[in-house]
Write a protein that binds this ligand. Sequence first.
Ligand code: CA
Ligand code: CA
Ligand code: CA
Ligand code: CA
Length: 484
Amino acid sequence: MDGTENDRSLPLSKKVIWWFAIAAGSAALFAQATLSTIRGVVADPSGAVLPGAEVTLVDQSTSVTARTLQSAADGSFEVPDLRSGTYRLTVSLKGFKRYVADDLRLEAGQIRRDQDYDQDGWLDLFVVRYVAWDPAQEPPCTVGKSRVYCHPRYYEGLPNALYRNNRDGTFTDVSLPSGIAGHRGKGMSVAFLDFDADGRLDALVANDTVPNFLFRNEGQGRFREVGLSAGIAFNDDGRALSSMGADARDIDNDGREDIFITANHNETFPLFRNLGRGLFADITCPSRVGRHTMAYTGWGNGIFDFDNNGRKDLFAARGSIDANLEEFSHRKAKQTVQVLVNRGDGRFDDLPLTTRPAMHRGAAFADFDGDGRVDAVVSRAGETPLVLRNTSSTRNHWLALRLRGRRCNRDGIGAMIRVTGASGAEQWNRVTTAVGYASSSDRAVHFGMGADGSARTIEIQWPSGSRQTLRDVACDRYLAVDEP
Ligand SMILES: [Ca+2]
Ligand SMILES: [Ca+2]
Ligand SMILES: [Ca+2]
Ligand SMILES: [Ca+2]
């Protein structure tokens, strides 16, 4: 996984990057593993397993080859009966230059290089990429006599990138071996969720005018793109929309994370309900989000319970793509921000807001004044940012959690929290700063508690795999929680 060595004498098309994974990421596997075994799978960048690869382990302290063996028919290999020490692993196939990983330490039965993204306690970096743009080659695009931004079809899409944290201040580009780089899109934003509830964080990438991606985390450092089969690549009309911002949180309190995306006018802002079993349903029209958004262009967005009634609402920062829209359209370039209120019956109401129209773009969310109501700051093209203070009724209770990881990452990013109120009402939310478009939000996790003045239980699933339960917690406060 680390320290890719390409043979630079080969032409690019023949370069092969071998990749291996150590199947010892989870606590369960640690428990089953012997204290002296290294296991792995040899696979090519597309994820196809490679049988018959030569796997060699060298003891780095003595430079003595500890074992040489071949990967099995399913690409797996297992090297048992190793003594404690530090090993270099080499993989080669049919004489091609091999992939090498150093510093595999076997001590007290743990291999200190587990490959589970966001589960090794060190945050990795996912970078969304849009299109190849060369100002020298920029085509002039017009509507009538008006110069406009060119449609994305005029540019070639790019693959996204994933960088693995080396734990020393540096990162390794694992875009190819992880499978992320095998898919070219026109990415505008990314949201992280565990859509199939297998304990591994997945990545949703909103693509502009081409199908969205859902990268399912398969473990062992690999991702599989399942957007089409999951039902989020297109909308229900089979159209790929101009997807812009994305957020993924549970809107109907069933414990499954749903997806809200912004898009261009005449498209609607799609809302996908997570049905379980890895499937989503497009509920944009039945939820009324379609009718509320059809005429607008949305960018930054977020799913937050703005009125603290226990049901998460939707926010969209709106504004035309082109500042000169009115030269060639009856639409207005400057648009207001939008809040869609969750009625709790599967439908949303468009909240009348009196904010001034602008070319809104990014939106970030936090409770800036600490009063328990989530506020927002929204960037405006050509103007100063808009700061929106939430002045909803204060009759509802609330609870906000700030997690501090010990075994997992310090900020607890990726942790899933389930809160059960005194009334028995359940809610779920996840620690993330990746919200909407071109913005980062506060990592505090906010729960509107309605009439519940206390929480019966708060259950935290930490990214390290540990679980923690707090009982009888009073509401209307920020709660700092340390990982046990
Ligand atoms: Ca998952
Ligand atoms: Ca849900
Ligand atoms: Ca609400
Ligand atoms: Ca506030």
